[in-house]
Ligand binder design. Structure first.
Ligand code: ZN
Length: 433
């Protein structure tokens, strides 16, 4: 009884401290937006990591700056820098890790404010990355700092990482750190990724991905005598026809129990990402005519998204058997496939400790049940799950997902304050007696 009372008292002090830190939260978000960490190519990674490290060192964190040397995309010109900050409580216990990516996507057209100034207007902070996900990063920092100030003798540890390249696959960021053991379940037990999923939703995971390039082959000849050649594009046309008749209707039937949002993505899907055959596209301004050729090669990239009920090997087989079938009706048909990228679907259990802690915190702070969702695409949870072998991971953070990557991207200040309180309550429930 006494302990419970003490915990409740500390929790209300924590929430009050977060309210009082609203200006700090705004300034920190603005400062993070001020770094134009555009990816690609990957700019100002080191600068933002040094900024985070300087701030967190002052608050008692031990900070490591880690370059993902040799990772996909890393070069001397565009080094992939990451920061991991760890604060030890007074007693042994579990570690709660907040992971945010520091990179943002290109600015694009249509902005009415400077995308890197951090303009505050009508209760919102504007800027590229405001919602995806510098607002979430700032919220997690304030939550951790206030928790440490008020509950210094907690059990366990808190970590905050700022990582590279999420927008381009995360290989120079979370994947690298996971390979180096930073997400080893022996040092980290709970992970929150403050991606912008709305303050009352918990994202449990994502669907799987299989990108495959198919190439069909023919025989080059003069376009006036196509019978002397063999058209690779027609072979690819047969593949597309088979996709239309066989694969697309079958995918409609593969419905999932995963709570994917939007709802249309609660099934397996397939996108024809690109197709190319014959002469290369002429450069802009070129006015000559193409030459008459039968194309001898055609390439197509397929983006297949699959559900947790499917096995990745079955998804691979689906394409192979389709190609074999097309070959039966086309004597000269020849095709090869190259797998470009794959991600296994992941979904954290609703009974997992991190889900329970954040659920309770949302109920207490917002007075309603959270929605549990799954992302149609993927994010860095894939590396934490697959390489780090840590299943106790969710995405939870402020900001409206639909605003990510848009012009005039913003994050609502009250949203940030509310989700900072949810984070600080979650820390209290996981790290206090
Ligand atoms: Zn993001």
């Amino acid at each position: 009884m006494h302990l419970k009372h003490n915990k409740d008292r500390l929790t209300s002090r924590l929430c009050e401290a977060v309210d009082n830190a609203t200006d700090d939260l705004i300034e920190l978000t603005q400062a993070l937006i001020n770094f134009p960490t555009i990816n690609p190519p990957a700019e100002n990674y080191r600068e933002i990591c040094e900024f985070l490290s300087a701030r967190l060192t002052k608050k008692g964190f031990k900070c490591d700056l880690i370059r993902a040397t040799g990772a996909l995309g890393d070069s001397d010109k565009y080094p992939r820098w990451n920061v991991v900050a760890r604060h030890e409580g007074g007693r042994p216990g579990e570690c709660v890790h907040f992971n945010s990516h520091t990179d943002v996507v290109a600015v694009g057209d249509g902005w009415t404010v400077d995308p890197f100034e951090g303009v505050v207007k009508d209760g919102k902070i504007y800027g590229r990355g405001a919602c995806d996900m510098k607002g979430g990063l700032a919220a997690s920092i304030i939550a951790a700092e206030k928790f440490i100030e008020i509950c210094g003798d907690y059990k366990g540890a808190i970590e905050i990482s700022g990582t590279a390249d999420e927008e381009s696959g995360g290989f120079g960021g979370v994947a690298y750190l996971a390979e180096q053991g930073w997400f080893n379940p022996e040092r980290v037990q709970h992970v929150i990724i403050p991606e912008p999923l709305n303050k009352d939703r918990i994202c449990l995971g994502h669907r799987g991905v299989l990108w495959t390039e198919i190439e069909t082959y023919g025989h080059i000849a003069h376009g006036s005598m196509p019978f002397q050649g063999d058209c690779a594009v027609r072979h690819m046309g047969a593949v597309i026809e088979a996709l239309e008749h066989k694969v697309y209707p079958a995918l409609e039937k593969k419905q999932t129990a995963m709570p994917v949002v939007p709802e249309q993505a609660r099934q397996s899907t397939l996108n024809i990402n690109s197709i190319h055959g014959g002469l290369p596209e002429p450069e802009a301004g070129y006015t000559g005519l193409p030459s008459a050729l039968v194309p001898d090669r055609c390439r197509m990239v397929l983006d297949r998204r699959f559900i947790i009920e499917e096995d990745i090997d079955d998804v691979r087989q689906e394409l192979q058997s389709l190609l074999r079938e097309v070959g039966h009706s086309r004597p000269k048909f020849k095709a090869t496939t190259k797998e470009l990228f794959s991600v296994i679907p992941t979904m954290t259990d609703k009974d997992a400790p991190i889900v329970k802690a954040v659920t309770d915190a949302i109920q207490q702070e917002l007075g309603r049940e959270p929605d549990y969702v799954v992302s149609p695409g993927t994010y860095d949870q894939k590396h934490i799950d697959r390489i780090g072998r840590l299943q106790n991971c969710i995405a939870y953070g402020p900001g409206i997902l639909d605003l990510a990557h848009q012009p005039d991207e913003y994050v609502g200040i009250q949203d940030m304050v509310d989700s900072t309180k949810v984070m600080v309550r979650s820390l209290a429930s996981l790290l206090l007696d």
